[in-house]
Design a protein around this ligand. Structure first.
Ligand code: FES
Length: 109
């Protein structure tokens, strides 16, 4: 499979069904930026280093995701609006395992 489908609800509550490539080594934050689902400057501020939480999202489907690494865990321990299902989009790489993933962007901090 080359493209997977993602269901992303933006910060205005609008749901977008988008296609993301699995063969470009992109993470979820980069996909969200490339579709301009959040205004420039409000997402991906640290460039994907797990240091800003601007890419935080709430995972709403029952996918088996990779465990959080130390940096993601540490960032989410400090961020605002964190819920049980929070993840950093920049730490989730697009792969077949994410097909049909459903998520909502967390509010801006
Ligand atoms: S882009 Fe900064 S934590 Fe993900």
């Amino acid at each position: 499979m080359q493209d997977i489908t993602l269901h992303i609800t933006d910060r205005e509550g609008v749901e977008h069904n988008i296609q993301a490539p699995t063969d470009m080594n992109m993470n979820l934050m980069e996909v969200i930026r490339s579709y301009e689902l959040a205004p420039e400057g409000t997402i991906g501020i640290c460039g994907g280093m797990a240091m800003c939480a601007s890419c935080q999202c709430y995972i709403e489907s029952d996918h088996d995701l990779p465990e959080q690494n130390y940096d993601e865990e540490a960032m989410l321990a400090e961020a605002f609006h964190v819920k049980e299902n929070s993840r950093l989009g920049c730490q989730l790489f697009i792969s077949d395992a994410l097909h049909e993933l459903k998520l909502t962007l967390a509010p801006e901090e």
